[in-house]
Design a protein around this ligand. Structure first.
Ligand SMILES: CC(C)(COP(=O)(O)OP(=O)(O)OC[C@H]1O[C@@H](n2cnc3c(N)ncnc32)[C@H](O)[C@@H]1OP(=O)(O)O)[C@@H](O)C(=O)NCCC(=O)NCCS
Length: 172
């Protein structure tokens, strides 16, 4: 049985089972001297929020294999509330694409703004570190179906880029 066949025989899971939410209040230790949230701290939270969805979908340990391009659209300040929402976009053989969307809430001004969106690839592993097959995803809403289709296209781009980098390294 091929790896792809093996993954397809697992019980599929709806996106809703992986949906996760995390909230953090930005404290001085999370910020630079201008009281703005450090980009690295937000990347750490994005990784954690992504891992939650990956664990929930795969019911396995999950390693971060890659994080795609990240933009920080608006500054976040000490005292702001940061909300991170994550869910699985699509599962392949042993890997999953997880989407994480980040919002900032300023409760004094009663405002919330989109801060960042990220796509992360996680690989499911067992306790010995062996790669594990992951169940397919069932997209149920229009947004989930769009993300599922887009994730397939992004995987092809990632694979081509990885192949290109491996070739470059082999030529060094
Ligand atoms: C990520 C990792 C598990 C991939 O291992 P590998 O043996 O090179 O992987 P393979 O070529 O067998 O691919 C396994 C899966 O990962 C995917 N993958 C591997 N590298 C990837 C990358 N850079 N980006 C996206 N997907 C990737 C493959 O497409 C494949 O997916 P599939 O099984 O769904 O088809 C391995 O490089 C690793 O352990 N990295 C360190 C992870 C880690 O410690 N992360 C924490 C941050 S340091």
């Amino acid at each position: 049985m091929s790896a792809n066949d093996k993954a397809q025989t697992m019980q599929p899971r709806p996106v809703s089972e992986s949906k996760s939410e995390m909230a953090e209040i930005v404290l001085p230790n999370d910020a630079n001297p201008l009281n703005a949230l450090l980009g690295g701290r937000l990347m750490h939270w994005i990784d954690l929020a992504g891992a939650m969805a990956a664990h929930r979908h795969s019911r396995q340990y999950a390693l971060t294999a890659a994080i795609d391009h990240l933009d920080f659209l608006v500054p976040v300040h000490v005292g702001d509330l940061v909300i991170l929402r994550s869910s699985v976009n699509r599962a392949f053989n042993t890997s999953m694409e997880i989407g994480v969307k980040v919002w900032v809430e300023n409760y004094h001004l009663d405002q919330h703004q989109h801060v960042s969106s990220a796509y992360l690839t996680f690989v499911a592993v067992d306790a010995a570190g062996n790669h594990c097959h992951v169940p397919p995803v069932v997209p149920e809403t229009d947004d989930e179906r769009r993300r599922y289709e887009d994730a397939g296209r992004r995987r092809e781009i990632r694979r081509a880029e990885l192949e290109r980098r491996r070739k470059l390294q082999a030529d060094l």
